[in-house]
Write a protein that binds this ligand. Sequence first.
Ligand SMILES: C[S@@+](CC[C@H](N)C(=O)[O-])C[C@H]1O[C@@H](n2cnc3c(N)ncnc32)[C@H](O)[C@@H]1O
Length: 226
Amino acid sequence: MTRLRRHRSLTDNQQSRDIHPQELLRAGDWHQHFGKSGDIWLEVGTGKDTHLIERSILNPDDLHVGLELTRKKFEMMLRKADSLTQGLPNATDNLRFMNADAFQAVDACFKNASLSGAFILFPDPWPKKRHKARRLLQKSFLQLITTKLAPDAVFEIRTDDPDYAVQAKAALSEISELRSLTGSIDWIHEPLDPTNHVETLFESKFKKRGLKIHHFYLSRIPDDSP
Ligand SMILES: C[S@@+](CC[C@H](N)C(=O)[O-])C[C@H]1O[C@@H](n2cnc3c(N)ncnc32)[C@H](O)[C@@H]1O
């Protein structure tokens, strides 16, 4: 994987949540890296959104990892994580961001059946045919995420884009290890549990425009399930 340039303007505190894939591989696994046990939650494509930071504050015993491809947004996340957690009485060391391409990093950095949950929230739809390979909501990538999920782990996907939702539904339906938490493999237009729902930046933007949100709630079927 390409070594991406570190930014000199980040403070030590901000950089403390930056992890390079090679550092993780050297540590062995996430529990070794964090130096503690805990359920591991992954968000792919955090952008500049604080969903994972908020989740890490609300769930101090869980470990959280955010992947973001764009260096600028990744650095913004390091700054936001630092400022939003400063002075919090319960702040714990349970959050990391990786500036990497998820197509490579998910496979290289997460062991099979190691995740308690994964989020892909408002991924870019890449509607042009020539950009098809970049879509996260395609069978090969969704299957890869599924292999990283522990039995009964949850997998949440949100998109505003109706065509992308249709593609996602078709791809998810082909993954036999997944079941829906909302009936058949399909989206719903409201959060499953509004009390445990953290809205993202894109979500707020789309909702203000009156767009419907497509929420998928899935879970990994245990191997020994009948
Ligand atoms: C439309 S934004 C959504 C951001 C955020 N999840 C939200 O809901 O506000 C999608 C993000 O996914 C990132 N992304 C796209 N492809 C990616 C990849 N292969 N690996 C990691 N991040 C990716 C983009 O850089 C972008 O920041």
